[in-house]
Design a protein. Structure first.
Length: 367
């Protein structure tokens, strides 16, 4: 199960906000309620903790803990049942000056199911479970091979992580005839076999045993990739993980990018492809039908208020306040909103042109 870019943005935003708050003593309350757990039991437990907190020696700390627990139970009573993925709730006195009171409560239904129940009072809010949800665990293996070069990499989320780059001294073809040609061909075959063995060994060391590996995609120019796969040097366990073979024009870093782009059929459910497609569509319209696309904060907001925006693209690097303004305006006019990361070339392009772009419903002059 994956979380969407919007869920990821909202989770990052909450974590960032909660990280700023530090308690003077162990008085910030964090509660994690697993999916399917009875929320009434949690409320009863917190009521018991209020009784226990009366034994805290420090008057200020005692009051802060009891009041935080009270605020939290009041908040939890708003829920008839535990949400589908569980609930994470945080409460505390976040006043900047000692002796003042500013109690706040935050809650979030996480994008992934909670499996652990936690109650803790500490100087900081407990956020590790939420941080873990942001970490992408599933990966694809990427392999590019031709007669002389090979690249082994991972695709993790939207990021290509190069692992190994190797070069072989396989000589080119010769025009010589007779014994020289036969000897040269033997040298070529020997060097090619060594090259294949080396790449197969890299694949084994990088991919075998990686429990998060979803599959391996192999690509390269010409027929060499097929020769490599049929060479017998790839172990059966690794070979069984190959899910696609793609023809490419490039090797190296450009080849890795091309391999991801040409694997859309395999990666169709992955967010990287959806993101590349939507930003790619905007860039194509900007080039071919500029009246159907707009970019820049002021220009897009103007079109949004006109109701002309079909899809709103917001870079994850956009200021939180501006992000909220655009999202609120989009809700009023029924516009679809996509939060775009900067982990792809297309995402970086969006950031570079002003962090805000739009695909329009109809042509607008001056866009």
């Amino acid at each position: 199960m994956q979380i969407t870019e919007k869920q990821k943005y909202q989770l990052k935003k909450l974590i960032k906000k909660l990280e700023k708050h530090k308690g003077r003593h162990t008085e910030l309350v964090s509660v994690y309620i697993p999916k399917d757990y009875d929320i009434i039991k949690i409320i009863n437990h917190l009521d018991q903790e209020k009784g226990t907190a009366t034994n805290i020696k420090s008057t200020a700390t005692r009051k802060n803990v009891i009041d935080s627990l009270e605020k939290m139970t009041q908040h939890l009573r708003l829920y008839k049942r535990t949400p589908e993925n569980g609930l994470a709730v945080f409460s505390g006195n976040v006043a900047k000056r000692e002796g003042q009171q500013d109690f706040e409560v935050w809650s979030i239904e996480p994008p992934l199911p909670l499996k652990t129940r936690i109650y803790r009072c500490d100087k900081e809010f407990v956020l590790d479970l939420l941080r873990d949800m942001l970490e992408i665990k599933e990966v694809y293996g990427l392999v590019i091979v031709d007669r002389r070069d090979a690249n082994v990499a991972y695709l993790k989320g939207k990021t290509i992580i190069p692992m190994v780059k190797t070069h072989s001294e396989v000589p080119g073809k010769t025009k010589a005839g007779g014994q020289s040609a036969a000897r040269f061909e033997r040298l070529r075959e020997g060097a090619k076999k060594d090259h294949f063995k080396k790449v197969a060994e890299y694949m084994k060391s990088q991919f075998l045993g990686n429990k998060n590996l979803k599959g391996i995609i192999v690509g390269g120019p010409g027929p060499t990739k097929y020769d490599f796969i049929d060479s017998g040097y790839i172990t059966t366990e690794v070979k069984n993980k190959i899910i696609a073979i793609k023809d490419l024009s490039y090797t190296g870093d450009f080849g890795l990018q091309e391999l991801v782009e040409k694997s859309q059929d395999v990666l169709a459910k992955e967010e990287i492809i959806a993101e590349k497609k939507i930003v790619g569509k905007f860039l194509e319209l900007l080039s071919t039908k500029p009246g159907m696309a707009s970019y820049g904060i002021d220009e897009v907001m103007k079109n949004l208020k006109l109701g002309a925006v079909n899809t709103l693209l917001l870079s994850e690097k956009l200021d939180d306040k501006k992000m909220e303004e655009f999202e609120n305006e989009a809700k009023l006019v029924g516009t679809s909103v996509k939060i775009i990361s900067t982990e792809t070339r297309e995402g970086v392009q969006l950031k570079d042109i002003g962090m805000v772009a739009a695909i329009l419903r109809y042509e607008v002059n001056g866009s």
